[in-house]
Design a protein around this ligand. Structure first.
Ligand SMILES: C[S@@+](CC[C@H](N)C(=O)[O-])C[C@H]1O[C@@H](n2cnc3c(N)ncnc32)[C@H](O)[C@@H]1O
Length: 343
């Protein structure tokens, strides 16, 4: 066979393989209701219409944002290299926001342009991290340090700048929502800080509306896979944010983030506080059209990125979602099942 004929055969077989892979992948996506707990896609049905990239590497529509901030959320010391620092000034700014108290911390995050809107500034000023973060004099940890801190079970309260990022990211979507009562799902409520801040944001004010918007209020659903951490969220909120629980602005429960909370969906915003190996299909389904999902995706200990997923249409095709890579992160994993407790 001539070289020309060989290369023709090779290109035909490459094209065939590509089409087959596309069909197989498409078939995977055809049953978004699969209740397989490992979140694998169901092979049994096929439909050309249903296609959503669950693995960001396979998904064809990932935009890359200009920001390249790196954020580590593992219980260990945050890892950064000098190269990271040199690569982006945001890096330096993000990690240097330690404050003496809540207001000072928020002021520093404003100076660093991590907090950019009055609404986010106000809500962060109103929810004090001292009720949510460990305050360990021996380890010289302060609730106002701009770093993740251990809360037990190998989990962390996320760094203040990361909570601020998340609020800033979802703000435009909540503002633009057509409803006057927004619904937010916080997956991995842990210490309860972000759940409480989201609740304070949408809590009805005496005048009208909420800190978020003068015409809107809402409800926040906090879930965690560990019962102990759901209890921690409740206990921490009882210190100074009990009204959010009493007035049913925030509710917390044990639930698996891979499955979301279908009974309360669709949500205007979903935040996930742990890194998923791939985009959880259930969460994509539970997003309202016009809603947003903020989620870290990537393997445990490997390359992870924070993504913004916008739902553009009510179908389940790639055209119904826009995925944007926001920044490099290191989070603890969104576990498939909690490991058994030692006791
Ligand atoms: C880095 S911590 C963040 C906690 C919280 N956002 C905060 O700042 O305090 C990650 C959280 O995700 C929770 N988590 C891990 N896998 C989960 C899953 N499959 N479903 C629900 N929560 C999960 C952990 O228990 C933990 O509370």
């Amino acid at each position: 066979m001539t070289r020309k004929a060989l290369s023709r055969v090779a290109s035909i077989s490459l094209a065939t393989t590509t089409v087959l892979l596309w069909l197989v992948y498409d078939t995977h996506a055809a049953n978004p209701d699969s209740n397989n707990s490992s979140n694998r896609l169901n092979h049994s049905k096929s439909s050309r219409a249903a296609f959503v990239p669950v693995n960001p590497k396979e998904g064809p529509k990932v935009n890359t944002d200009s920001s390249k901030l790196f954020y580590a959320d593992s219980p260990d010391e945050p890892e950064r290299t000098n190269k990271d620092d040199n690569d982006n000034n945001n890096n330096m700014r993000a990690w240097n926001c330690h404050g003496r108290n809540q207001r000072d911390l928020v002021d520093r995050m404003m100076q660093a342009k991590i907090v950019r809107t009055d609404s986010v500034q106000e809500v962060l000023n109103r929810v004090d991290r001292q009720h949510y973060a460990p305050n360990n004099a021996q380890q010289q940890s302060s609730p106002y340090m701009d770093s993740p801190q251990p809360i037990g079970l190998g989990q962390t309260i996320s760094a203040p700048h990361m909570h601020a990022h998340v609020l800033e990211e979802i703000y435009p979507y909540l503002k633009a929502s057509k409803t006057d009562s927004v619904k937010i799902l916080d997956v991995g409520c842990g210490s309860g800080y972000l759940t409480a801040a989201l609740g304070r944001w949408v809590a009805p004010q005496e005048q009208q509306g909420s800190i978020l918007d003068s015409t809107k209020t809402g409800h926040v659903y906090g879930i965690d896979i560990y019962p102990h951490l759901v209890d921690m969220t409740t206990r921490n909120m009882q210190k100074a944010d009990q009204d959010l629980l009493d007035q049913d602005i925030v509710s917390v429960q044990v639930s698996d983030g891979w499955k979301g909370l279908p009974e309360a969906s669709p949500f205007d915003a979903i935040h996930v506080g742990a890194a998923a190996a791939e985009f959880p299909r259930a969460l994509l389904q539970q997003l309202k059209v016009g809603g947003v999902l903020i989620i870290p995706v990537g393997p445990e200990g490997g390359v992870q990125n924070l993504y913004r997923v916008e739902r553009l249409g009510d179908g389940f095709t790639q055209d119904d979602f826009r995925i944007t890579e926001l920044l490099g992160v290191r989070y603890v994993p969104l576990v498939q099942q909690p490991p058994p407790r030692a006791d």
